[in-house]
Design a protein around this ligand. Sequence first.
Ligand code: ARG
Length: 232
Amino acid sequence: EGTNGSGDKPTLSVVTEAGFMPFTYLDKGELTGFDIDLLEAVMGEAGYDYQIENVGWDAMLLSVEKGEADLAIAGITVNEERKETYDFSSAYFESTHKVVFREGEGITSGEDIKDLKVGVQSGTTGAEAVEKILGKNHENISKYDSNTLALMSLQSGDVDAVVTDNVVADEYVENNPEANVEMITDPDTFESEFYGIMFPKDSEVKEDINSALQTVIENGTYSEIYQEWFGA
Ligand code: ARG
């Protein structure tokens, strides 16, 4: 997929979880999204060819942890806990959480989900945020393997609300008018976080790729990609 390999650099193996529109998702079977375009630009800048595979969230994390994949990009939040297991690039996107809920549920703050059934993608910062409100492994928390499944469970009525990353919530609400859902954000409850590219601990390509990311941010390429995906 990358086209700017210099020849002497290895072809890198990239993993993602493509259920996170608009960052990484499938459009008619094609992997696409802001993260996918950013990756293409960064790998071109760094001079690596790469192959990218959509493997699912848990498999993605595991293959990076084991060093089977060279890196992952999937709207992955950088936090202290993950830094114990993985390395990260510098931040490339700021995020927070939103509550998506069926119209009329009357949710106005993060705390309002306390007595509701809440769906989350398991193993995400959204799941952690919900556990802070309801309690760890609370019976009213339904954990799904993907964010897509969590949002589907909201439409089917299995849960009353879903907590997910703000931009993903925005995209979902805008694209699914028939779902009759609304959303709120709550800066008092949901902290700001940052996405980074994830690497195995002993990565030999991290420095290269991180400096290419810096270049792409500084030379205007990042802004172009941002504009394409999020511009008015
Ligand atoms: N930013 C959140 C996290 O890192 C959610 C990421 C979910 N990404 C995905 N491709 N499903 O925990």
